[in-house]
Structures are given as structure tokens and as C-alpha cells.
Ligand binder design. Structure first.
Ligand code: RB5
Length: 153
């Protein structure tokens, strides 16, 4: 399995879980860039979702992991960014399938939704699965076409 460069971010609701995810990923040889938040002070998840998505857009990271209380705010914010396909998952089947079929490049989950054990399984399923391409590519292209047409409106 190839080691990957992964960007990670959280809000105040998910700081402890994010630290554990970073240790887990680094422990198996991945490179992790943590763009915050770094404290439990109340903060705004869109700010950290944006910081992480920019790293993917710039090519500095291949995949992203965004954790807030539910995963939902991070997912909504991430999917506003060009080229970002963020999936909010709380089961490993979906975390795997969204890489296979959607070429998702960001995984979101909630620290108030999943426990530590499941969080690590979600991360492993997502990071260790490669996009299948083939019949899925035209559908992923359609996502990009929607994004481009919305940008022109
Ligand atoms: C913070 O209380 C909470 O709203 C945030 O972590 C997230 O769940 C938003 O979607």
C-alpha cells in the first residue's frame, strides 16, 4: 500500500479524535498535514474545511479528513470547493464505496457520531481504497460539469 499525503482538520468538537486519527495514520507511514483547529476554543468549521480543501486543490495533499461534531458541516463546506468530492460517512461500506465509485477525495465524520474504533476503521477503509474508474468516470465527470456550470451562473 502506497503511503499518502493526507490533510486533516477539525473544529473544537473533534480535537481529541483528530489527534488520535493523526497518530494512527502516521503510525502506518502516511504523511499528515494538520491545518487546525489546535485548541478546544469554539471555532467555525467552514474555516478549517477551506484550509484543508485548499491543500488538495494545490496538490499538496491527495486526500483529506475533516471531523466536526456531526461531520455534516464539514461535508457541506468541503463540497463548496472546486474539485472536492467530500463524503460524510459513518459506516465502513460507504467509506470504501465512495472511493471506489465516487473518487471521493475527502472523508468527513462526526466525533459525536462515531467512536474511536469506528473512526479508525472509516479512515483505513477510505485511505486504503483506490478509485475504480471505468464506468464510474462519466458520472464523476458529470459532478465536475455541474460544478463548472454553477460557477458560471
Ligand atoms: C459544533 O457545535 C457543531 O455544530 C459542529 O461541530 C458540527 O457538528 C457542524 O456540523
Amino acid at each position: 500500500m502506497a503511503n499518502k499525503h493526507i490533510v486533516i482538520a477539525c473544529d473544537h468538537a473533534a480535537l481529541d479524535l483528530k489527534k488520535k486519527v493523526i497518530s494512527h495514520l502516521e503510525g502506518v507511514g502516511h504523511t499528515v498535514t494538520d491545518v487546525g483547529t489546535h485548541t478546544t476554543d469554539s471555532c467555525a468549521y467552514p474555516e478549517y474545511a477551506s484550509a484543508a480543501c485548499k491543500k488538495i486543490q494545490n496538490g499538496e495533499a491527495e486526500l483529506g479528513i475533516l471531523i466536526c461534531g456531526t461531520g455534516i458541516g464539514m461535508g457541506m463546506a468541503a463540497n463548496k470547493h472546486r474539485g472536492i468530492r467530500a463524503a460524510i460517512c459513518s459506516d465502513t461500506f460507504s467509506a470504501c464505496a465512495t472511493r471506489l465509485h465516487n473518487d471521493a477525495n475527502v472523508l468527513c465524520f462526526g466525533a459525536r457520531v462515531v467512536g474511536e474504533g469506528l473512526a479508525m476503521q472509516l479512515v483505513d477503509a477510505f485511505v486504503n481504497t483506490e478509485y475504480e474508474g471505468g464506468r464510474h468516470q462519466s458520472r464523476v465527470d458529470m459532478l465536475t460539469a455541474i460544478e463548472e456550470s454553477e460557477a458560471r451562473r
